[in-house]
Write a protein that binds this ligand. Sequence first.
Ligand code: ISC
Length: 473
Amino acid sequence: MPIIQHHVNLIQDCQELNQFLSACKQTLSEKRPSKIVSISWEAKSIDPLAVLDRICHPNEIHFYGEKVNQEEAIAAFGTVVKFKVAGTHRFSQVQQFIESCLANTTAIGALDLPFSGPHFFCNFTFFDEDNHNDSPFPSAMVFLPKWQISSQKNRCIIISNILIDRNLNLERTCESIWEKYQLIKLTKSLNLSNFANYKLTLQTKDVTDRKNFYSSVLSALELIQQQQISKVVLAHAIDVRAPKPFNLINSLHNLRQKYPDCQVFSLSNGKGKNFIGASPERLIKIQNLELKTDALAGSAPRGKTLIEDAYFAEKLLTSKKDRTEHQIVSDFIFQRLSNLGLTPHKLPIPSLLKLSNIQHLWTPIQGTIPIGIHPLEILAELHPTPAVAGVPRDIALKQIRRYEKFNRSVYAAPIGWIDHQGNSEFIVGIRSALIESDRARLWAGAGIVAGSDPEKELAEIQLKLQALLKALV
Ligand SMILES: C=C(O[C@H]1C=CC=C(C(=O)O)[C@@H]1O)C(=O)O
């Protein structure tokens, strides 16, 4: 991808931008009828969530991700190019799409800052094929946004991506970019007085009978005893109704305040449905060929006092059932990364990841990626891990389809981005809800292994559902 270091802010200077885009337009040919230009420029500190609130249209596709404790946030909206696909080759087809776009992209501006340069935002469904007619999101989707605003420790980058083709009206394009840039640059912080401490009275309903969950766990335990599987993750879903439409921005703001250790996310399908959540589970983070991933499985509540909390923690760390449930995930990730030629590292015993209402056994895993391996190849190898599916994977997936009478859709599936240099971050879409107007669907799952008790597994799921339920306003 050609990169041009440029010292004038093209987005700010209409005339310079016009000249640059016009020069690009002149290079178009029959063989190359269109081209993408990506302009990055540093700005003073802006809250990407405030930009999502003020500038992004509710019916525009968007992606938002924030990790408060790492002082990182990103918002992207509008589409320059997008691609949807389904089936077993969806990861490699998305990879090809991104590579062909990058071969046709020129990046210009401040390109040596965190989050600068073109980023492609991707989401997948849990299963390769999402056969349900009412699916709110395709099995795989990737888009290059028109606008991306990101901040890392007070350094903020605004990116404008532009598709240039023969029909492009240069004057109008430059003006509208300039206008939008002014609006973004001057975005005021969220008005926190709007976050009145009100609670909505929510009506909740199980999507399937709880008895269905209990009998599925018992049936899974039989398969485990017969050694057909060693683990399967079974989910339960609830439908929620509010007295008025949910407020997306306020709910996301609640999530980022309550779960500063998690990745808070929102993904819009551009048709009024938003998939939001606060996920504790990082699937991949790649920075300069260094990969970080998490094995996360095995759960206990947080205690109300320090003593109670330490008691739950100790019980979790020494629970044979939870340690097995966890080990299965960490062995799987190790094996899969080794298959790709990595030499992964991890500590020999899991530590604890403590969230505000739940704690998990957690093993961070790291490794250097051999040159030539694309982030989506790693994703294809890892998804779905036994933290959300099971082992052996194929049998577990078949059982999940058999037991669960609802669509997992984007629940427990990868969501994230890949940049022009192969840096990438994907999380697993758990602790999540799909919201539309005054309705929401929430999912949560629990790992079933030898020794699981159906009642306790459902109690764990209720705890996980509360994480989202308490933040929805
Ligand atoms: C599948 C979920 O959690 C996974 C991640 C952490 C702990 C888990 C567990 O203890 O069962 C699950 O494997 C979910 O929250 O829906």
